[in-house]
Design a protein around this ligand. Structure first.
Ligand SMILES: C[S@@+](CC[C@H](N)C(=O)[O-])C[C@H]1O[C@@H](n2cnc3c(N)ncnc32)[C@H](O)[C@@H]1O
Length: 199
């Protein structure tokens, strides 16, 4: 059976690699591994999301759902040191890498753990959720992540999604329009859309 990057427990032989990458003007050292989404550099869509994102004008934590080895959450945590960034992924190897990458880059304002979809304590107020969703895991999983984001966002909080047009950006836009107060495609580049949905 082919193994996907969204396995809970990757069986594929570990083959860690380290490389440097600059995000928002900060230089990061990242470790990635087989069995975890990455191609030896930050995914184009993730980078576009990081560079397009604007923090909503409200207090509260930030969530990176499906964090992988951590580029989105860690870049936001570095850029906004006063915010707590919760990062979660179903893939335990990804979670271990994200923790290691936080440590290697001296980033402490993060909480990183395994979860299926969005999972945070009830008492936490969330200003923003960012996700490069696991398209290959199927629509049901992706829409469950949007539902979880909606549930945990404060009023006025924002969900930011990067998704390719050919991988379902229009259906994501439609789904979000049914739930959120306003939905806007704020950027389109090389077939990738950045969709912002305000609760
Ligand atoms: C497209 S990748 C993005 C990874 C990372 N954010 C990046 O930019 O490289 C999607 C991620 O979602 C994770 N994922 C898949 N199903 C999930 C679920 N049910 N709950 C949480 N994360 C999930 C995958 O393991 C994968 O790491």
């Amino acid at each position: 059976m082919t193994e996907h990057y969204y396995s809970k427990k990757p069986q594929v032989q570990s083959n860690p690699q380290q490389w440097r990458y600059t995000l928002l003007g900060h230089s990061f050292l990242f470790e990635t591994d087989s069995g975890v989404f990455s191609k030896g550099e930050v995914d184009f869509g993730s980078r576009l999301l990081i560079e397009t994102f604007e923090m909503p004008d409200m207090d509260g934590a930030v969530l990176d759902v499906g964090c992988g080895y951590g580029p989105i959450g860690l870049a936001i945590a570095k850029q906004y040191p006063d915010r707590t960034v919760f990062m979660m992924d179903i893939n335990e190897r990804a979670v271990e890498l994200a923790k290691k990458n936080a440590e290697m880059n001296g980033i402490q304002n993060v909480r990183i753990y395994e979860s299926d979809g969005v999972y945070i304590d009830k008492g936490v107020k969330v200003a923003a959720v960012l996700t490069n969703p696991p398209i290959r895991a199927g629509k049901e999983t992706v829409f469950k992540i949007y539902d979880g984001a909606f549930h945990h966002l404060s009023d006025g909080g924002e969900l930011w999604v990067v998704i390719q047009k050919k991988q379902g950006a229009p259906s994501t836009q439609k789904y979000l329009e049914e739930k959120f107060r306003s939905v806007e495609v704020v950027e389109k580049k090389k077939g990738y859309w950045i969709i912002k949905a305000e609760k």
